[in-house]
Design a protein. Structure first.
Length: 379
């Protein structure tokens, strides 16, 4: 009766020997829209958050059946109320749970936590198969520590976005003060704060978002000696520092994170950082900063081999707030996935992604981990 359409995700492996599933409770996720076409007998299950569809060929309209999965009654009771065969319903439930249409309701959300975070919970459910996994993800967001270098056009938006997403512990590194030219593109800074250290202003802003946020500040330049005296632990590092240049800061932070085996995000890219979406690095699993450097050097050699680089210490490229927030938002989304452990859903690993302001398109170049890389190729 239930037939899988060719356009749905993957091929499910069914196992119905374990009858314990009959005592479990399931719920259709709030993000799922359902449409059944009686003529084609195709059921379209649409994930509104991620814009994905799963198509199933089913002989009968089973939307009424699926709506019975409310997380309050167990599967056995649902089966007893319907004419479909037990085996067929179990197969369907296993498949829909595996493909994150149905979520197993194994724990209840605490009311105060749900009311304060119900939109975040709705989003996290798209990556989880059980409500307990959602609760664990919220706990990880609350307990994990994010280390951010550079609180400028990208970093100031990232720290704000992560704070609003449930991250409560930050280590912030920046020695700059707020200047007049920062106000048009950087977040959490205001005219009466000109001349103050950025880390202090960011702390004031984050405390307004959530008084329980914990911040450790370093009013210090990032140089090759920084980590000699840095003993703090962290779960994720994000590089948005561009002095003296992004290449240099990337190598300093990337090297330390590879040594510590910590995931990190190059939030500002390697060059022209407002149109490059910084890559995500999972140590020894994805391409590292050196893999990128070698690949880009190989690509650029033919184009620049006969050119002489001009040294212009006062050169400033343009900066535009929407571009800052695009780069920051995408880096923040990857950060949330890393913190919650959704590694299979990461997008920016082993890729160079460039956004075009003219076409609103993303140009994506795959850059695989180099087995001969001196940094990550040995494992």
């Amino acid at each position: 009766m239930f037939k899988r359409g060719k356009n749905q995700m993957g091929k499910p492996e069914y196992s119905i020997s374990n009858k314990s599933i009959l005592n479990k409770k399931f719920r259709i996720k709030n993000s799922i829209a359902m449409v059944y076409n009686k003529e084609t007998k195709i059921l379209n299950l649409f994930k509104t958050n991620t814009r994905e569809s799963i198509y199933l060929r089913i002989d009968y309209d089973i939307i009424d059946l699926l709506q019975q999965f409310d997380g309050k009654i167990n599967l056995s009771n649902i089966i007893s109320k319907n004419v479909f065969q037990e085996k067929e319903i179990i197969q369907l439930v296993i498949y829909l749970n595996k493909n994150k249409i149905l979520i197993e309701h194994d724990v209840n959300y605490e009311l105060d936590i749900f009311e304060a975070n119900y939109r975040i919970i709705n989003f996290l459910e798209d990556f989880c198969c059980k409500t307990s996994e959602v609760v664990q993800s919220l706990e990880k967001l609350n307990k994990s520590t994010v280390l951010i270098f550079g609180l400028g056009g990208v970093g100031s938006w990232i720290v704000d976005t992560l704070a609003r997403s449930g991250v409560k512990n930050f280590i912030l590194v920046d020695d700059d003060i707020v200047e007049q030219t920062n106000l048009h593109r950087q977040n959490l800074f205001f005219p009466d704060q000109i001349g103050k250290f950025k880390v202090d202003c960011i702390e004031e802003g984050l405390k307004l978002i959530n008084p329980d946020i914990n911040i450790k500040k370093y009013i210090k330049k990032l140089d090759s000696f920084f980590f000699n005296s840095f003993m703090d632990d962290f779960d994720l590092a994000i590089n948005c520092a561009d002095f003296p240049n992004v290449d240099t800061t990337t190598r300093i932070i990337g090297s330390e994170c590879m040594t510590r085996n910590k995931p990190h995000i190059i939030g500002g890219g390697y060059n022209l950082h407002l149109t490059l979406i910084g890559q995500t690095v999972i140590p020894f699993k994805s391409a590292c900063y050196e893999c990128f450097s070698m690949k880009l050097q190989e690509i650029n050699n033919d184009d620049v081999k006969d050119l002489k680089k001009l040294y212009r210490p006062t050169r400033k490229i343009g900066s535009f707030t929407p571009l800052c927030t695009i780069a920051a938002s995408l880096a923040s989304l990857e950060a949330v996935k890393i913190i919650c452990g959704f590694f299979d859903d990461l997008v920016n690993t082993s890729k160079r992604i460039e956004f075009s302001i003219e076409t609103m398109d993303f140009k994506i170049m795959d850059i695989e981990r180099n087995p001969n890389c001196k940094i990550c190729g040995c494992k």
